[in-house]
Design a protein around this ligand. Structure first.
Ligand code: B1M
Length: 211
């Protein structure tokens, strides 16, 4: 079986041990880190997502796969992150209140750092007040919100409203992303940018920080 398929299958099984062997092996074979991420780890995670949706697997199996995903991205992180220099700009990033999904948010963080941006990672279950307080205190150019649940994506609108209320809307750009989020939703809530994946999020954030 080609090594990227093996990585995908091991991710689905949640085998941290095999991921720890196969990901470095793929890199040694000369496969690009981004390809290992997309065609190995993320391809496995999308199968997990489909099976979860169809009730073929349940939360424990998904959590085990998420643990293997973390092991894989921890190995890839240094390859996807640029060397430290003067930060090109500051971004505060988090998964919104009520939502504990962090795999996508963590990938966005890696890609932003890869563009030389400084990321203040607020973690998961982040209230609008925390996004806004951090943006003010740390003088962030961008607030990045991630949401994976249809029940939590509305919190992003609260972040936009709070930025307006606190008078920082004109100096901060609000970026949103996550599986249920769309371009239309971005327009509807008055955020500045929706990007569908971590790489395009990093490009957009760098663009905002360079303006
Ligand atoms: Co959950 N879950 N989950 N889950 N989970 C989903 C999201 C779901 C679609 C599964 C399903 O039913 N098909 C469903 C949501 C349905 C809905 O809202 N309509 C769901 C549900 C229902 C739940 C619970 C409510 C289940 C329950 O308890 N009954 C519960 C909620 C807990 C909570 O948050 N309060 C729950 C729990 C969990 C686990 C803990 C088991 C685990 C999370 C582990 C973790 O994150 N540490 C989990 C997982 C893993 C998933 C699925 C299977 C995979 C999500 C993922 O990590 N994908 C997911 C199914 C799916 O998405 N198909 C599902 C890989 C990741 C790389 O993609 O996060 O989309 P994603 O990120 C992408 C882009 O979206 C984008 O870039 C990333 C990389 O390119 N992106 C951004 C993300 N954030 C961005 C921000 C940006 C820009 C781009 O700018 C700032």
């Amino acid at each position: 079986m080609p090594i990227l398929d093996e990585i995908s299958v091991c991710l689905q099984r949640g085998s941290v041990k095999e991921i720890n062997i196969l990901v470095p092996k793929a890199l040694e074979e000369g496969i690009e880190p981004q390809t290992v991420l997309n065609d190995g780890l993320l391809s496995g995670m999308s199968v997990v997502g489909e099976k979860f949706k169809n009730n073929e697997i349940f939360i424990p199996e998904v959590m085990i796969a998420a643990r293997a995903m973390k092991a894989g991205t921890d190995i890839l992180r240094p390859y996807l992150t640029a060397e430290k220099g003067r930060a090109a700009g500051k971004v505060c990033l988090g998964t919104v209140k009520g939502d504990r999904h962090d795999i996508g948010k963590n990938l966005v963080k890696i890609m932003l750092e890869g563009k030389g941006l400084e990321v203040i990672d607020l973690g998961v279950d982040v209230a609008p007040e925390r996004f806004v307080e951090t943006a003010i205190k740390e003088n962030c150019r961008v607030i990045g919100c991630s949401a994976l649940l249809t029940t939590t994506m509305g919190v992003m609108k609260d972040v936009v409203s709070l930025c307006e209320k606190e008078g920082i809307r004109n100096r901060v750009k609000i970026m949103i992303g996550g599986a249920p989020v769309s371009e239309d939703f971005c327009r509807e809530i008055g955020a500045d940018a929706y990007t569908p994946d971590a790489a395009s999020a990093a490009d957009k954030a760098l663009e905002f920080c360079s303006e």
